[in-house]
Write a protein that binds this ligand. Sequence first.
Ligand code: 1HE
Length: 258
Amino acid sequence: MEYLTQELRGDVAVIGLNRPEKRNAISDRFVEELATAIRWAEDTAKAGVIYGHGPHFCAGLDLAEHVKKTPFEGVHGSRRWHEVFGWIQKGKLPWFAALHGAVVGGGLELASSVHVRVADSTAFFGLPEGQRGIFVGGGASVRSARLMGVARMQDMMLTGRTVDADTAERWNLVQYVVPEGEAVEKAVALAAQAATNAEISNYAIINALPRINDMATDDGLFVESFVSSFTATSPEAEARLNAFLSKKAGKVARPGES
Ligand code: 1HE
């Protein structure tokens, strides 16, 4: 891999964006490497983490490559991002992102496709597409807008506003904020925790929940009843339920308790 590092930490696949001299800007080749790395992670791990090497998580689309594209090549490129990022959002694994420095443009789109985002105190977030004369193309109008809301995203895109990690947490762009340099460690710990869940539960959390969220109330409740019943009939569910009932499984911990 030219643009990525990959390693296995226990059950967690850890993928590092590794083009620091270009601030991890995402070219076509970069997206293809990401596609390969996601498949590798699905084959070898139970959860995944994505982080960035160098001073920033990701500066978004490779503008030097993009400027040479025809409009139709741009459409194909955007749709490939959608496809590959879709494997993260609605694939087999729970994905976690460890964010620091710039998380901008396509970098925020990549971060928005994972399930849990951990930012360290250096992270900042922006969507500079408006200033560049383009529009988001890696899923932000669907995923980032659902996280922060259309009004905040319009503010970011119209005015060039960037927000720090604490604001991003208030805006629902990230779920955790940690001190500088601690995001990877935290994301790996959370991913390792998710990896201990039943595979079928994780699959339903990843694949059913966002779809139900897009449905009308009555449709969502109907689908929920089927997903719920299907997962509960798995042998793993029976074993886990019985383990709790026979006091062999842990109780729900209070916040801060392990
Ligand atoms: C790049 C890119 C890039 C840096 N494409 N080459 N994204 C943006 O509009 C963000 C543009 N980048 C920046 O604003 C800054 O680079 C950062 C704030 C992220 C980092 O600043 P800094 O001072 O650490 O680095 P730098 O000196 O600006 O950049 C180092 C090199 O990376 C430099 O190249 P060099 O040959 O002069 O060393 C930069 O040109 C290069 N570089 N970012 C190409 N993005 C699917 S649609 C998604 C749409 C978008 O993502 S639009 C938003 C694009």
